[in-house]
Design a protein around this ligand. Structure first.
Ligand code: NI
Length: 133
């Protein structure tokens, strides 16, 4: 089990109130859990900005009736086999497909793939989620 370190934190009242608001908004059980979350969020943002190796997923929704969207998406994904771990395709409705692409690699490669897929004609919505854990 990891050793737990305790430390005192001094905050201006305004910041202290903001921390409590974060605890409430995210339904954290206590301030320690909120601080853990904020540190990891910051580490992930730094890893992304410094173009380090990160993990993540792209979620896209597209209309598979739109010409060429499926083929173009596959062509693009075949250019990024070094970062794609897994891919799940769900037929959401008559028109809409949901695709989840799990990724691990340099932040800039994740962003490049995400930008290319989301910009495709026929893609209705897409989002890249990044984590460094
Ligand atoms: Ni489908």
């Amino acid at each position: 089990m990891k050793r737990i370190k305790r430390f005192g934190v001094s905050l201006e009242e305004e910041l202290f109130n903001e921390l409590n608001a974060i605890v409430r908004r995210h339904k954290f059980p206590n301030r320690s859990q909120a601080i853990r979350f904020l540190i990891r969020k910051n580490l992930t943002e730094e890893a992304y900005e410094d173009n380090k190796e990160v993990s993540g997923a792209i979620v896209i929704i597209y209309d598979h009736h739109k010409r060429e969207v499926v083929n173009k998406s596959l062509d693009i994904q075949h250019e990024f086999t070094n970062i794609i771990l897994a891919n799940q395709h769900v037929h959401l409705s008559h028109h809409n497909c949901l695709e989840i692409i799990a990724l691990k690699g340099k932040a800039s490669d994740l962003k490049a793939l995400s930008d290319k897929l989301i910009a495709l004609k026929g893609v209705k919505h897409g989002k890249l989620v990044v984590t460094s854990a």
